[in-house]
Design a protein around this ligand. Structure first.
Ligand SMILES: *Cc1c(COP(=O)(O)O)cnc(C)c1O
Length: 387
């Protein structure tokens, strides 16, 4: 049999991080001492009290059955309390919160619940590649909005053609941003609420990095008056509690939107493993000093890498949030060529900016997911490359 792949699947670009991972594995197989600053996966372990809660819940037979639905009541209440404490946002645990198998689950299934063939979806770029793929799989038409340095990496809504805005069903946003590490303030979010009301689109704000900040804590989109009428926020334990493998996340906000995504998910999966939800409750309701400690570690790494690259003459943005550093490539180089030389000559894995959207050309993204001594080693290897 020859498996004929669907046009939908065929229409997708190769998933960037899979391709990068293959290159890395090939170099490892050649015996190279690779420093991976590529994929954004925390190297730090899940805090012990969260692991312990998960272990305890694993032994409970009731947790071995299908979880189904929006999630445990205790989980939804823990989310609501965490939102109240952190953002002063009030959420109804019964109608405004739904558990997700990682926020990628919700972000990627989202267009299937709202997009008809030919509908436009607004995607600022460079961005997490999953938004684009999700829109294509749902038969939607991505409309990319460039995120440029001169605009503080915020999308210029005025620049979107009116006919696109009128056909738009969803606007994806992601602040603090992967890969740009930019933070959005209240003023920008207020403008987004007004535009979403005016043109009748849903705002899907991906807030996965809200707890990784080095200055003022970022605000929740849902803390803006009127936001809950037009949008939802996606949140995850993955980055905040070093739980990427657990798949513990949620969507919250507009009750109708949350309900529709839940209805879609009922047809795809059977909920989040309850032991994982119990671990998430321990994470959200327990002591938060592990999060402060994580911020301290990333800040130290950030200062080492940003300071070191600047000493070598690289143009670097000092990230106010997230664990990524967005770096201008050397004069005369493309993103791809820079990444290739970093891998071949310094055995450093980096993400090419253009792989995350055309406006990322001329940049690379480096992830702060290795300890300080490895960052220093990376810097000394970069210093030896003759650009
Ligand atoms: C890591 C990341 C997430 C989190 O994904 P999970 O599925 O919750 O692990 C979401 N959005 C962005 C932009 C990310 O980088």
């Amino acid at each position: 049999m020859k498996a004929k792949i669907s046009q939908r699947l065929e229409s997708l670009p190769p998933y960037l991080f899979v391709a990068i991972d293959e290159k890395k594995k090939a170099a490892l197989a050649r015996g190279a001492d690779i420093i991976s600053l590529g994929v954004g996966d925390p190297d730090l372990p899940t805090p012990p009290h969260i692991v312990a809660a998960g272990q305890k819940a694993l032994a409970v037979p009731a947790n071995h059955q299908y979880p189904f639905g929006a999630g445990l009541k205790t989980f939804r209440h823990a989310v609501a309390q965490w939102y109240k404490n952190r953002f002063n946002v009030v959420l109804d645990p019964d109608t405004e919160i739904h558990a997700l198998i990682g926020s990628k689950d919700g972000l990627t299934h989202f267009p299937l619940a709202f997009v008809n063939p030919g509908d436009a979806v607004l995607i600022p770029e460079p961005a997490y590649p999953a938004y684009n793929s999700a829109v294509l799989l749902a038969g939607g038409v991505p409309h990319f909005i460039p995120l440029l340095e001169k605009n503080d990496f915020l999308p210029q809504l005025e620049a979107i053609p009116k006919e696109v805005l009128r056909k738009a069903k969803i606007l994806y946003l992601n602040y603090p941003s992967n890969p740009l590490s930019a933070v959005a303030g209240r003023g920008f979010f207020e403008k987004v609420v007004a535009w979403a009301r005016g043109y009748d689109f849903i705002v899907a704000h991906d807030a996965a990095y809200s707890e990784i900040y080095f200055g003022e804590p970022p605000v929740s989109f849902l803390s803006i008056p009127g936001a809950k009428e037009i949008g939802v926020e996606f949140h995850s334990c993955s980055k905040t509690y070093n739980m990427t493998g657990w798949r513990a996340a949620w969507v919250c906000g507009n009750a109708e939107v949350v309900k529709a995504l839940g209805r879609l998910k009922d047809n795809y999966d059977s909920g989040v493993f309850q032991a994982v939800q119990e671990a998430a409750v321990a994470a959200l309701s327990g002591p938060q000093d592990c999060v402060a400690e994580m911020r301290r570690i990333y800040k130290e790494r950030r200062d080492v890498l940003v300071g070191g690259l600047r000493r070598l003459g690289w143009k670097v943005f000092e990230p106010p949030a997230t664990f990524y550093v967005w770096v201008h490539v050397p004069e005369g180089y493309s993103s791809a060529k820079t990444v290739e030389r970093l891998l071949d000559e310094a055995h450093i894995v980096a993400t090419p900016g253009n792989g995350l959207g055309p406006s990322g050309e001329g940049y690379v993204r480096l992830a702060l997911t290795v300890p300080v001594p490895r960052l220093r080693e990376a810097l000394s290897r970069i210093e030896k490359i003759k650009w």
